[in-house]
Write a protein that binds this ligand. Structure first.
Ligand SMILES: Nc1ncnc2c1ncn2[C@@H]1O[C@H](COP(=O)(O)OP(=O)(O)OP(=O)(O)O)[C@@H](O)[C@H]1O
Ligand SMILES: [Mg+2]
Length: 408
């Protein structure tokens, strides 16, 4: 058993305290490290940490961070190093190396972060990846676009949250994207895949897939990220034995094998074209964000925060997973700028959804709007669940259409 688990970012983003809690419920002594002062930790994280190190340079000076952590844990064997937040995945691997802790290596971690290395490794393993080129200069971006063809996608090599991601239908649009991209050192230029977008998410232990989940985005994230009036939906799909998702599941298994994933959460995105062809999107060595683990929990009445922790601490997974529901998380963006002044339509949503309504977390009246481009959760969300897929989508659309937040 892993007695001592070092958790990078135990309190942020929002879901992290639940993972921290999971580790402690599984019997681990949890050592938390983050840049912030201990007083910034949410109560739940603080309760389940045994030790906390505030390290302002954690993400800015790797060598200093490793030295400080070694000093702090001197005389203690750290059995696992966990980080469930994308920007810390490679750092976690570097810390493992520095402490001599087993787990994902730096080289493995890099293939989960760098979208070019990822696609090269997967292409070699026979996975259908989009045609792609790496580029560090404007000329290389243009050459890349020529090579992969139009429409193409230009995106950061280690991005998250669809930021700085551009679809270009012509060289003129490539030039327009380049003008906005000035600050990014390296980009991926990809063949644009026209299709529906899914996820394949897992908890693995000892190289085996112990739990998997299939998610679906409505609409495609790039569209959701570009059009403000949309209420984007993330769905959890119940009928995982359906042929609709069989190709994605098989690809997911192939990807994890090819990248040698051992223990922890993974989050893969994949496309399904109208002709049924399945294409790889990206894969991360962490859970999906934006409350998707909550959807997994609602869909099976399970606690996968603790399920993950069991895999991490004991190398086992003993939850019995029964897929009872589809779920949807509908995020809302207020109309107008400034502070939320009214929320309208929750009564209709409650009446229509009844027991299907499982979570409501909207910014209260008076709070400032969030930046809808910078946060996936926008100004709040509503989650619903239902055994029937069509009804799940209908309920989600009802929430999208009938619930309004007004700012100004
Ligand atoms: N080759 C492609 N073909 C079609 N759409 C694409 C392609 N690459 C990216 N996209 C669109 O852009 C979105 C963001 O791209 P990607 O998932 O690679 O970046 P990301 O910033 O890591 O995303 P996130 O963190 O939001 O999952 C995708 O979900 C998809 O909608
Ligand atoms: Mg993505």
């Amino acid at each position: 058993m892993a007695h001592n688990v070092l958790m990078i970012m135990p309190g942020f983003p929002g879901e992290m305290p639940y993972f921290t809690r999971g580790l402690s419920l599984q019997g681990a002594t949890v050592w938390g490290v983050a840049p912030g002062h201990v007083s910034e930790l949410p109560e739940l994280a603080r309760t389940h940490l045994s030790h906390y190190l505030s390290l302002p340079s954690l993400f800015t000076d790797e060598a200093a961070a490793i030295a400080a952590i070694r000093e702090w844990t001197r005389g203690v064997t750290i059995d696992r190093v966990s980080c469930l937040w994308e920007p810390g995945v490679e750092l976690a691997a570097a810390i493992r190396e520095g402490l001599g802790t087993p787990g994902q290596s730096r080289e493995q971690a890099r293939r989960f972060r760098n979208k070019e290395l990822m696609k090269l490794a997967l292409g070699e393993a026979g996975v259908r990846v989009p045609r792609h080129r790496a580029a560090t200069t404007a000329a290389e971006v243009r050459e890349g676009a020529e090579a992969v063809g139009f429409p193409c996608i230009i995106k950061p090599i280690a991005g998250a949250g669809s930021q700085d991601t551009f679809r270009c239908d012509s060289m003129a649009e490539v030039d327009a994207a380049l003008a906005q991209l000035g600050h990014i050192a390296e980009v991926s230029v990809e063949e644009f895949i026209d299709g529906e977008e899914f996820t394949y998410d897992t908890i693995c232990a000892g190289g085996e897939i112990k739990y998997f989940h299939v998610g679906y985005y409505r609409p495609r994230p790039l569209v959701a990220r570009t059009v403000e009036w949309i209420s984007p939906q993330t769905l959890s799909y119940r009928h995982v034995d359906d042929p609709w998702v069989a190709g994605g599941r098989a690809m997911g298994e192939q990807v994890l094998r090819a990248l040698g994933f051992d223990t922890g959460f993974t989050h893969m995105e994949w496309y399904r074209k109208s002709d049924g062809e399945v294409v790889f999107g990206e894969v991360a060595a962490r859970p999906p964000g934006a409350r998707t683990v909550d959807l997994m929990n609602f869909s099976s009445d399970a606690d996968l925060f603790t399920g993950w922790a069991e895999a991490e601490v004991h190398g086992t997974f003993s939850l019995e997973i029964e897929r009872k529901y589809n779920c949807a998380c509908i995020t809302k963006r207020a109309q107008g700028q400034g502070r939320i002044r009214a929320i309208e339509g929750m009564d209709r949503v409650r009446a229509r959804c009844g027991d299907a309504l499982v979570a409501v977390d909207l910014l209260p009246v008076g709070s400032p709007r969030r930046d809808w481009k910078a946060t996936l959760l926008s100004d709040g969300y509503v989650s619903i669940r239902h055994p029937d897929w069509q009804e799940t989508k209908d309920l989600a659309d009802f929430v999208g259409e009938q619930l309004h937040l007004y700012a100004g």
